[in-house]
Structures are given as C-alpha cells and as structure tokens.
Write a protein that binds this ligand. Structure first.
Ligand code: ME8
Length: 649
C-alpha cells in the first residue's frame, strides 16, 4: 500500500484473567480508528498483544498449580479469541514472552546500564501487585493503592534504578511545547502538576523477589521490571533492537497514537518517552488516555459481581451491537457507563428503529413499487435539498470527529443523518405517491434518495459496524463503498436490482430479556455474569435449608437449546418421575459427557421458562475456574451407586 503510514496500538492487557468489556472497549476503539484510517487510504499498522510477565501472573500461576507460561498461554488464547470474535483487524499480536521481544528488552536494559542511566541500589517502599506499580508512603490513599484502591505490599529488595531526573527537564519542555501529545488535555495537566513539576523520582526497573520476567543478562538475580518490558513492545513488535532497527520499525515509528486507559497514562507519557529519549529514538506523536467503562456508576470488579464480558454480550446483542454500544457510549474525555437497560435502549433506538427500520422499509418499498430495481432520480423536489445537505454535513462532521478520535461524536453525526432520512420518509409519504400514477417519477426519486442515504450512512458506519454495513452493501448491490464515494450525493447506480437483506436488528423486549437473564444467572457461574446485590453471606435457619428438596437424579438424555449457546435441556430420572431441567452449562459440557451421570438436583424449585423451554428444577454446580482462568461451572456428580431419587441432606 502506498498511502501515508499510520501506526496505532492498544495497551497490551495482562494475561492474568479474561478481559472484561472495559478492556475490550479499548481494542474495539482502536479497531474502529484503524478501519477508518484504512478507508481513508492510510497504510495502517495496528498492534495489540498481551503483557505476560510480572509478579501478578507468577502468583496466579502458582495458585493454579501451573507454570507461569502455561497460565499466560491459556489467558492469551482467551484474549485473542475475544479480540477475534469482536472482528478486530489487528496486523500483529505481540506476546511479551515472544523470544525476539525478550531479547530486545535485554539489549535495551543493557544499553541503559552501559550508558549510565541505571544504577544498583535497594528499593524499599510499597508495591501494588495488580497494577505492577511502586508507590511511596505519601502517594498511598488511606494506605491503599492510589490507582486501584487495593491493598499494597511492603517491599524491600535489591533493584536497579533508572535516573529519571536526568531526562525530566527535556520531557517537561517537550510536553509543554507539543500540543496534542497527551489527550485529552486534562490528562496532560495532571501529569505535569502531579508528577513532573514536583520532581520525578528515579524508577525501580528490576526485581529480585520473584523470577517471572525477562532476565537481566549481566546480573542474573534480577528480572526486568514488567513495565519496561511491556512498554518496549511498541517498538520490538516492529523489529526494533538496539543494534538493528527492522524494516517495519523504520517505516512505522514513531507511533501515530497509543490508545490506552486513563490509569496508565503516567507510564506512557512519562516513563515511556524517557526510555525512548535514552534510546535516542523519536517519541510517539500522541497518547490518548480514554476514560473507563463503568457498570452503571461502579467500577467493574469480580468481588462486586458486576463484570461484563464482550463475548457474552455479543451472544445477546450481536458483535456489531456491542461495538456500537461501547463506541457510542464512551465520551472522548470522560468515563462511560454500561448496563443491560441502556444497551437495550440504544439497541432498540439506534439500531432496530433508526437504522434497521430505515433499511427494511426502503428496501420493501423498492421491491413493492419498482420490482426491486433502483429507480432513476429524475424528479427532484423539496425536501431533497435538505436531505442532501444533511448528508454532506454528516460526512464532514463524521470525518472531523474521527480524525480527532472522537468516535462517539462521529456516531452521533451518522445517526442524526439516519434520523433525518427517516423523517424524509414521513415528509414525502411514498405510500401516498404510489397511489397516483403521475407521481411515479417523484416516487422513484424519493426511493433513490433513501437508498443513497442508506449507502452513505453505511460507508460512514462501517468502521464501527462492519458486518452490518457489509450486509447493507450486499442488499444495495453496490460497490460504491469506499470513502471516495462520499464526495457527492448520488453515487448509487440506478437500474440495478436490490437483494434480500436479512433482518439487521430484531427489537429486544426488555422485560423478556431481563427475565431470561435472571434465570440464566441462576444457572450460570457467578463470575461470568453480573448479579444484583446478593445476600450470599446472610445466614439461614435449618428450617429454611430443610425446605430445599435435594435429590439424586440420573441424566437420561440431553440436547442443546437451539436459540441459546448456554443452555442444555436435560431429562433427569428422579426415581419416581423423569423431569425436564434446563441448565446453563452448555459452554462446558456436551451431551455425551452428561448422559448416564448422576447429579444433585433441586427438586422443588418453582418451574420456570428459560429461552421459552420449561425447566422443572435445577442441577447443582460449583463456580470454579479452568486452568486458563476462565470461569467454569463444575457440575456436582454423584457416584453411580447412588440411586435416582435418593434424598441429599
Ligand atoms: O494496564 N474501561 O493491562 P490491563 C476501559 N498490561 N478501559 C479499561 C477498563 C475499563 N473499565 N479497565 C481497564 C495493563 N481498562 C498493562 C498495560 S501497555 C504497555 C501495558 C484498560 O489488563 C486499561 O486502562 O490492566 C488498559 O489500557 C487496558 O484496559 C489493559 O489493562
């Protein structure tokens, strides 16, 4: 490709646990920008990957009884599967355990040492393992980590330190004089006022109290601090090494924009530029620290049981439904919020009503009045001019916002144009024009204008909702899908036949959705779906427990419920009867694994419908985690010698 180069990266998430929708928002945002830039003719390189070293992963692996590498392999494959499921088009996925990366990090560290940027000393202070970050006493908030609020550990160990103070004045000058280097603007002020102006302390850049990291070549007690290792990914992925700068590096560096979350702006705008200065390399052009996606107004956390995952949301709202939601809902400079209720509202409003209805009504009228052939627009009248002006305004607003990475504003521009097109249907009332044969020409023009508006909307929306827009292009039988087709209204070619378009977005009934969600939560392991505040720790009397009828049941048959990828329909022999029970364990068990097994059944649970299928009880399962850290429901199996119907007490 010959276009201007554009290098964009995400933060590399820790391979410590399945990424939630907030982490996934970041890769979706980056993907939308990368797709847009490609549409605009840029030669894009989009990098993502995983951060696999550090104390946190070593600890988690130990707790799981596997090696850190095995642990990281499992989580990395989960992360990559989610990135792929969400249709992200990264050009490279780097793992910090990749050999070439680790070698380059060793050389970088050695260069720092050789040129006197690092020196050996002893670190004594506080460390937050989840953030992999050092803090002084005064930085703590109520004795806890100022970034994540979790407890910190007192640490005393031999370490190498990086002389940050040597480069700080140059960095301050650079930040002050480079508009747009840190965005949003407020984060730039925060960095200068909170960290740089008060005086930058030297940073501890190696660890000796654990082993899971890149070994320091000249002092084998030490491993490189995980942030030095992780930040280097942005250049090593392009083939950078101290003595040999690969072709990709020469082509794409400096990076056009690092997309990261607000909690790690400090690492990217202070330490990373200083490391690059020490290497004698140019600094990235921009660091964009996006806000956080909150569950309602709360931080997502496993302990609160409010963590949402992109893959599970995509099963309910579709991949494009999730991409559209997170990108519309996250403002440029603040936090965004996600709840099922808001997702349904947006899905029904923007997608089912505004876009979906516009497409289905317009195609239906084209078929009904013109046998599906795109009519020629040769009868212009009011309000065509207004519609065309709205289209050109939408294109320029969309473009301006996307160029500034204000994706939610860009989406507002596109959807307000689609609303304008819906209004145009009401204003022109094609069904009335259709009654008068003399108005056939005008009717054709109206329908042409609507089809063209849909085409324009879909070219704009493609970076955010690629699958939907490609369906629309197929339905419009058009190849006018590039950005150059937006320069003027009227590029859709008349005379071609439109194709069938599958329903793009079926309206969601909120009540039904929430009821189904509740019943899924009853049968799903706790960590995978958020719950309302639970009373789990409240004690109950023996009488309450005794009122639960627990019995052994033998699984006679089992099948998947078609409409759901979570639910299994089981026939279970309870001795005196065979019961139908629906259970949310399809992700973890196949029919073959279950038939013939004896399980523990709650036999007196009120019947409920799950996905429209009656369930007369519940089978018991333990919330646990697989080796890769994914939540997993372990069914409670009983020995075969226990007879069906036996009471469990
Ligand atoms: O910080 N909403 O990894 P990570 C939006 N390994 N973004 C969120 C979020 C939320 N609720 N929670 C987290 C790390 N993020 C390091 C990065 S880069 C050289 C090393 C963002 O798994 C977070 O801000 O903790 C970060 O940008 C990304 O998810 C990965 O977070």
């Amino acid at each position: 490709m010959g276009g201007e180069k554009f290098y964009i990266t995400t933060a590399i998430p820790y391979a410590s646990r399945k990424p939630h929708i907030g982490n996934t928002y970041e890769v979706i945002l980056t993907d939308a920008i990368a797709r847009y830039k490609r549409q605009r003719g840029f030669d894009v390189f989009f990098l993502t990957g995983t951060d696999e070293h550090g104390q946190k992963i070593e600890k988690l692996a130990e707790e799981s009884g596997v090696t850190p590498q095995e642990y990281a392999n499992g989580v990395t494959s989960t992360i990559r599967n989610i990135w792929d499921k969400m249709s992200t088009t990264y050009d490279k996925f780097i793992r910090t355990t990749d050999d070439y990366h680790a070698k380059a990090v060793q050389h970088i560290f050695k260069k720092f040492y050789d040129q006197g940027d690092i020196y050996k000393n002893e670190y004594e202070g506080w460390y937050c393992v989840p953030c992999e970050s050092f803090y002084t006493e005064t930085q703590l908030v109520d004795g806890k980590c100022p970034d994540c609020g979790r407890p910190v550990t007192r640490t005393k160990e031999e370490s190498y330190f990086f002389r940050m103070s040597k480069y700080a004045p140059r960095l301050i000058e650079y930040i002050e004089n480079t508009p747009g280097f840190i965005e949003p603007e407020a984060r730039k002020k925060e960095m200068l006022n909170n960290f740089l102006y008060p005086g930058l302390q030297d940073l501890c850049v190696s660890r000796t109290s654990f082993k899971w990291g890149v070994p320091v070549t000249f002092d084998d007690k030490h491993v490189v601090y995980v942030w030095v290792d992780a930040l280097s990914n942005y250049i090593t992925a392009l083939g950078y090494d101290v003595d040999e700068k690969g072709e990709l590096y020469r082509k794409y560096w400096p990076c056009d924009v690092h997309i990261i979350g607000k909690d790690i702006v400090r690492f990217h705008t202070i330490y990373w530029p200083i490391f690059l200065m020490a290497l004698g390399e140019p600094l990235p052009k921009k660091i964009y620290g996006h806000g956080w996606l909150l569950f309602g107004t709360d931080k997502m956390s496993k302990s609160k049981g409010n963590v949402l995952y992109a893959d599970e949301l995509a099963d309910k709202f579709g991949v494009d439904g999730v991409r559209h939601y997170v990108l519309s809902e996250m403002p440029f400079a603040a936090d965004g919020s996600i709840t099922y209720e808001n997702m349904i509202k947006r899905f029904n409003g923007d997608l089912a009503n505004n876009l979906g209805n516009l497409v289905s009504r317009t195609l239906a009228m084209t078929r009904k009045y013109f046998d599906g052939v795109i009519p020629t627009p040769d009868c212009p009248a009011d309000p065509d001019g207004e519609l065309k002006a709205a289209a050109s305004e939408a294109v320029s607003d969309f473009q301006k916002s996307m160029d500034e990475y204000r994706v939610s504003d860009a989406l507002d521009a596109a959807f307000s144009f689609l609303r304008r097109a819906n209004k145009y249907i009401d204003e022109t009332a094609p069904w009335i024009l259709a009654k008068d044969n003399e108005q056939k020409g005008r009717l054709g023009t109206v329908l042409y204008n609507l089809l063209e508006s849909i085409r324009i909307g879909s070219v704009l929306l493609w970076p955010v909702m690629p699958e939907t827009c490609e369906k629309i292009w197929k339905a419009l039988a058009t190849d006018k899908t590039g950005y150059d087709s937006l320069t003027s209204f009227g590029q859709l070619e008349a005379g071609f036949s439109v194709n069938e378009c599958p329903m793009l977005f079926a309206r969601i009934d909120e009540q039904k959705f929430m009821a189904e969600l509740e019943s899924e939560q009853v049968s799903a392991p706790e960590s995978s779906t958020p719950k309302k505040a639970s009373n789990a720790s409240r004690s109950i009397g023996i009488d309450v427990f005794a009122s639960v009828e627990l019995r052994a049941g033998k699984i006679v048959s089992c099948e998947k419920i078609k409409k759901s990828d979570k639910l299994l329909k089981l026939q279970i022999d309870l001795g005196s009867e065979v019961r139908q029970i629906v259970s949310g364990i399809a992700k973890w068990y196949s029919a073959e694994e279950l038939v013939g097994k004896t399980v523990a059944v709650v036999a007196n649970l009120a019947p409920a419908k799950l996905c429209g299928v009656e369930s007369q009880g519940m089978i018991l399962a333990a919330d646990t985690e697989s080796e890769s850290g994914e939540s997993f429901a372990q069914v409670v199996f009983l020995p075969d010698t226990v007879k069906p119907g036996s009471k469990i007490r």
